[in-house]
Design a protein around this ligand. Structure first.
Ligand SMILES: [Zn+2]
Length: 414
């Protein structure tokens, strides 16, 4: 793509100054306002009467820090992170409409970040398509994305990934919570005062636990897609799932960072902190609440942790585990799990790394250090085929159930 035209520079600078002046720290219904450390994006609608085009960021998961008109049917959207330094995961999401059908050019500029996601569009916020490749292009340094969009009166959603918000999860809870053994609870509040919700499987099994968490990092939508399918597989009416539920309880916090997701943040919570680096300090209410909920369950007499899974997304499918020589419980679980998955997907080679973030204060580190349990960061690629992703999650859940049933039988021989 050509470099940015010279005559826009002055305009860019002027709009940058204006955006700085207009920075609006929106009040949050916070549990404790003093803990909000990020600059909130200004939620608004930008109306350009000359072309009859409007943009807005007034919905859950939106991220658009500023919007300006560059010329006829040409616009610029600035995307700023919540604070910096921040992991380079430049999330964006906005809506656009036009009074009369037209093609517009939108230049998305990432401040302090570069392209990570393939742009997607939707007309309802639920059904998404990757924008056809000839309609988008990145600048050589990937700091700018140019989109060609067909717009009309119908709202067009444009986003980095599918949008899966706390509200979306409420719909999912309703869908899956159809059995008496499924229990939904609120385990605490985020900094922004949002509920931290858990969903649990407890069919009267002894307190043998599998713990699952997700969405510490707001843009990591494929992690959510994997987590949902994984959970659903544990609730089906098959002899395997029934045998599993007779022996195990499952405790899940699918959306650990609801504020970050609502605000379309790139990485952090409203405290400006990467939650998956807070598992030693526990300075954030979100990590505190999840730790406390897990500890509470493991205080019960006879309670035992068997597995800890944390769902994320990254550039490729990869699974961060303990080093090969680590002494984990159940013994050999991780190796056996990957062997089984290799057998089921011979053409597919998920990467595995036991050396990643070894001493970094992540959830995996905490769960392994504290309970000696197999603790795995389950990373799905941003661009992993969504159908395959669900198949792989389902198979992972099935093989996990088989292995844990065997491990539990060894632990408690009849
Ligand atoms: Zn992550």
């Amino acid at each position: 793509m050509k470099p940015f035209p010279q005559h826009f520079t002055a305009r860019l600078f002027a709009s940058f100054i204006l955006s700085v002046l207009l920075v609006n720290v929106r009040p949050v219904e916070a549990a404790d306002d003093a803990r909000v450390k990020v600059e909130m994006q200004m939620r608004k609608t930008w109306e350009f009467k000359t072309d009859g085009v409007t943009f807005n960021n007034e919905f859950s998961g939106a991220r658009a820090s500023d919007c300006t008109r560059l010329g006829k049917d040409e616009y610029r959207i600035l995307i700023k992170p919540e604070n910096s330094p921040v992991n380079n995961s430049a999330w964006f999401a906005f809506q656009v409409q036009a009074k009369k059908k037209r093609q517009i050019t939108v230049r998305v500029i990432y401040e302090g970040g570069t392209q990570r996601y393939r742009p997607k569009t939707s007309h309802d916020g639920y059904n998404w398509e990757v924008l056809t490749t000839n309609l988008w292009e990145f600048s050589p340094k990937r700091t700018e994305l140019t989109l060609k969009l067909e717009v009309d009166e119908q709202t067009l959603w444009v986003s980095a990934q599918e949008i899966i918000t706390p509200e979306y999860m409420h719909g999912w809870y309703e869908k899956v919570n159809t059995q008496p053994y499924i229990i939904q609870s609120t385990i605490g509040k985020s900094i922004g005062g949002r509920d931290l919700e858990s969903i649990e499987i407890n069919d009267g099994a002894p307190p043998n636990y599998v713990f699952i968490i997700g969405r510490q990092h707001p843009p990591e939508v494929t992690g959510s897609l994997g987590l949902m399918k994984f959970f659903e597989t544990l609730t089906v009416d098959t002899p395997l799932a029934e045998a599993f539920r007779e022996r195990f309880r499952v405790f899940v916090v699918p959306m650990m960072n609801p504020d970050g997701v609502e605000e379309g943040q790139w990485r952090h919570n409203l405290g400006g902190v990467d939650l998956n680096r807070d598992w030693v300090k526990f300075a954030q209410p979100e990590t505190q609440a999840v730790r406390d909920a897990i500890e509470l369950r493991l205080k019960e007499e006879g309670a035992k942790a068997y597995l800890f899974l944390d769902f994320h997304s990254t550039g490729e499918d990869i699974f961060y585990t303990q080093p090969k020589d680590a002494k984990i419980f159940p013994p050999g679980f991780t190796d056996d799990w990957f062997t089984k998955l290799d057998e089921r997907f011979p053409a597919y080679e998920p990467k595995r790394s036991g050396a990643h973030n070894l001493d970094s204060p992540t959830s995996k580190y905490w769960a392994f250090e504290k309970y000696g349990v197999a603790a795995i960061t389950f990373e799905f690629g941003d661009n992993t085929d969504r159908i395959f992703l669900r198949q792989f999650s389902m198979a992972s859940a099935e093989e996990m159930m088989k292995l844990l049933i065997e491990a539990e039988k060894k632990q408690n021989p009849q």
